[in-house]
Ligand binder design. Structure first.
Ligand SMILES: *Cc1c(COP(=O)(O)O)cnc(C)c1O
Length: 406
């Protein structure tokens, strides 16, 4: 059916219509998410703060003393958000998120700077992305700035004790989450939801010995598809990817390089964005290349965006910076012609992680690393700039200072 034949009564899920739905303001009569209404109930039994290595050695993610929770329902909107002691949630077995994957989340870090100050990074980008993800799965929307304020409020309370000043260079991970809680089976938009924010430990993943090794996705499996939801941080994207990842791990690889389409377009490395630095085929210029956002296959990573912004600002003239589709065949060709220079994954969990190998259908593509197992020159330059911003070695508008409550 041609677009002109679409009747006005038909469901409209064109890209433009999806954007409109995602950006629609919440109904004005309902209570909005409002960080200024936050109430504080502090724990009476603060836990001992574990050493990072101890915390990450266990089988349960260690969280800080508090979390922030806000509830929503279709009739009245958002409740006042509450800061409460960290602990289990109570959900009915019929809750929407447990059946229909009405769940989305975010991930960002808080950093203890070398100047003793506490900072988070571009939180506005995570909040805006969370709103987009929520809307994509018919969870309630909110003003992104309100979510940012709640994240900062939680950091103000738990930051000092859990990221002590005498341990600069440490970080914790912030996980805002939204779930459909409506206790009603039936495939429908949930009438109740919960937003919560927790702060957790997270292992350091940015420097595996010898670099990260990727295995390309199985021939008969894709992570995301055009018209799907690969661009949203919804839980539904991750469960189905675990089988391939487990297979790759058994074979000694760290992550899957997800390919797409008959030509094997390179999209993402696990749940991180994927970059290659090579000598460009056409003119031999050094080029930093990554997959584009326009077909909504990949996640618009905050780290991806930051890498591109910094490279364009500070490396223009030295290297070309390109967002376009490129295929595994181009990678193999560049390898054969000795044009591959560097590769890395970017994301909050992996930060900037050098990639030393891609295994594709029985063939190894080896990618150079720097001396002593360090990342290559461009990778380490960009990683250094980002780290300097996060840990306060340079001042930058992307770093958000947290006013710690003592
Ligand atoms: C979270 C995520 C990333 C990285 O995004 P950042 O904002 O840089 O942390 C990349 N790809 C996928 C699929 C992700 O889920």
């Amino acid at each position: 059916m041609s677009p002109s034949a679409i009747q006005t009564q038909d469901v409209d899920l064109t890209a433009a219509a999806v954007n409109r739905k995602e950006e629609a303001p919440a109904a004005p009569a309902l209570a909005q998410l409002d960080a200024s209404r936050l109430t504080y109930t502090y724990t009476t039994s603060p836990r001992a703060v574990p050493d990072e290595a101890v915390a990450n050695a266990g089988t349960e993610t260690v969280c800080t003393d508090h979390m922030i929770v806000a509830d929503w329902n279709v009739a009245s909107g958002w409740t006042a958000p509450r800061l409460v002691p960290y602990g289990p949630l109570s959900l009915m077995p019929t809750a929407s998120c447990l059946h229909y994957a009405t769940e989305c989340f975010e991930g960002l870090k808080v950093y203890r700077g070398y100047d003793g100050k506490l900072r988070t990074f571009r939180v506005d980008k995570n909040s805006a992305r969370m709103r987009m993800s929520a809307a994509r799965i018919s969870l309630p929307v909110f003003e992104p700035e309100q979510l940012s304020k709640l994240i900062i409020a939680l950091l103000e309370v738990d930051g000092s004790r859990w990221l002590p000043r005498d341990k600069p260079g440490n970080y914790l991970y912030i996980r805002p989450t939204m779930i459909g809680t409506a206790p009603q089976l039936g495939v429908a938009s949930p009438r109740e939801a919960m937003l919560y924010i927790i702060i957790t430990y997270l292992p350091r993943l940015d420097s595996p010995v010898g670099g990260m090794r990727l295995h390309t996705s199985p021939e008969d499996m894709i992570r995301a598809w055009v018209g799907g939801f690969g661009y949203a941080k919804v839980g539904a994207n991750y469960g189905p990817s675990l089988m391939a990842t487990a297979d790759a791990r058994r074979r000694g690889f760290h992550q899957i390089l997800w390919l797409y389409g008959p030509d094997g377009e390179c999209t993402e490395a696990g749940a991180s964005n994927f970059f290659v630095v090579w000598k460009r085929k056409s003119d031999g210029k050094t080029e930093l290349i990554t997959a584009p956002l326009d077909d909504k296959l990949i996640l618009d990573g905050v780290n991806r965006r930051s890498v591109l912004d910094l490279a364009r600002e500070r490396l223009a003239g030295e290297i070309e910076i390109t967002e376009r589709k490129y295929t595994i065949a181009e990678l193999i060709e560049a390898d054969a012609e000795g044009r591959l220079l560097e590769s890395f994954a970017s994301g909050t969990a992996y930060f900037i992680c050098p990639i030393s190998q891609v295994h594709h259908r029985g063939r190894d593509i080896n990618i150079p690393m720097g001396p002593d197992g360090q990342p290559g020159k461009i990778t380490s330059t960009i990683k250094g700039w980002m780290g300097d911003i996060m840990y306060g070695r340079t001042e930058h508008e992307w770093a958000i200072l947290i006013n710690e409550k003592q």
